[in-house]
Design a protein around this ligand. Structure first.
Ligand code: NAD
Length: 311
């Protein structure tokens, strides 16, 4: 059986592809390279890359038709940033919601039962109680959060309607090698790239906003766990997080430590739609699938710094 990884040329999707290849699975990637990069893609002969857009029903159909062995979908392709979703909410909606629906429809028609959806902590918005559990009410703050949540509801509805083995994984802040620094990427990548270029890093807001950072390989392992026995947790929603809370200021201190440079940040205005505090419980996923993150922040930062240094 092959696995279709949409967005497989992107940051998280490319790591999921590496894990699938390592366990001997053939991967079909559908990606329009809007934020992804061919360089991220595993060079194994067991990867088939298709350049195409998830909004294009024909491209999605062709992908399944050319690869009838596809037995599972890992849907990572998305407009994955808050800022662009505020500037262009229609495009965000089309990619994140219609794109997801196109994949669900084709999966249903081809009787592909397993569908793992990359959701986001952005679906929660501001919360009253921390850590955020999967039962916490969803009150997204941005069009991005709304589109991720809407697509998640389609995914769950398809599970109920068509007996599909779906799971929605709500990722915390993922970091690691291959994250693109273009337009408001992960704050860790931005800080590292600026520091390596000898520039002063800029903290948006007062730096006291907290986040829950998780290393990309730990996220990829969570996806692999779900794929091991997809029927086991049919329709489930899981947070994927380290369950640790780190302020942006503290984070920058650690990065400066990893790179051995002084901590001298600049501060600018807070971003609209930004969540002040976020910290996700990982108990549900850990209990259901025996998954724990293996990479402490310091180790992950060191690996990420090495990657950008050698780039
Ligand atoms: P990314 O931008 O690196 O990857 C997204 C990939 O999808 C890119 O390769 C891009 O070219 C592709 N893509 C975008 N629009 C497309 C389209 N219309 N058709 C086909 N391909 C398209 O982002 P990422 O960080 O790897 O995010 C992967 C998934 O995880 C996304 O669904 C995102 O919403 C979700 N997520 C990411 C984070 C994070 O911290 N990085 C957190 C929560 C959720």
């Amino acid at each position: 059986n092959k696995v279709l990884v949409t967005g497989g040329a992107g940051f998280i999707g490319s790591h999921v592809t590496d894990f699938l290849i390592d366990e001997g699975t053939h991967v079909v990637i559908l990606d329009n390279l809007s934020s992804g990069d061919l360089k991220n893609i595993n060079k194994s002969m067991h990867v088939t890359f298709i350049e195409g857009d998830v909004r294009d029903t024909k491209a999605v159909q062709d992908t399944f038709e050319r690869h009838p062995e596809i037995g599972a979908v890992v849907h990572m392709a998305a407009q994955s940033k808050v800022g662009p979703s505020i500037e262009n909410p229609h495009e965000d909606l089309a990619i994140n919601v219609s794109g997801t629906l196109n994949l669900l429809e084709e999966a249903r028609k081809k009787n592909v039962k397993t569908f793992v959806y990359a959701s986001s902590a952005a679906v929660y918005g501001h919360v009253d109680n921390l850590p955020v559990t999967e039962e916490t009410p969803t009150r997204p703050l941005s069009p991005y959060g709304v589109s991720k949540l809407s697509a998640e509801e389609y995914v769950k509805a398809y599970s109920r309607l068509y007996d599909m083995n779906v799971a929605a994984l709500r990722f915390a802040n993922v970091y690691g090698p291959r994250q693109s620094a273009a337009t408001e990427a992960g704050v860790i990548t931005i800080f590292i790239e600026r520091l390596l270029a000898g520039e002063q890093p800029v903290i948006q807001g007062d730096g006291q906003q907290t986040r829950d950072f998780i290393y990309v390989e730990d996220v990829a392992r969570a996806v692999m766990k779900v794929l091991e026995d997809p029927a086991k947790n049919k329709g489930a929603v899981f947070n994927v997080s380290s369950e640790t809370s780190t302020s942006v200021e503290e984070l920058l201190r650690k990065i400066c430590g990893a790179l051995n440079v002084p901590f001298t940040p600049d501060y600018t205005e807070e971003r609209p739609g930004d969540i002040k505090h976020s910290y996700l419980s990982r108990e549900k996923l850990s209990n259901a699938l025996d998954w724990t993150p293996l990479t402490p922040l310091e180790d992950g930062l060191a690996k990420t710094a090495d990657y950008y240094r050698s780039k």
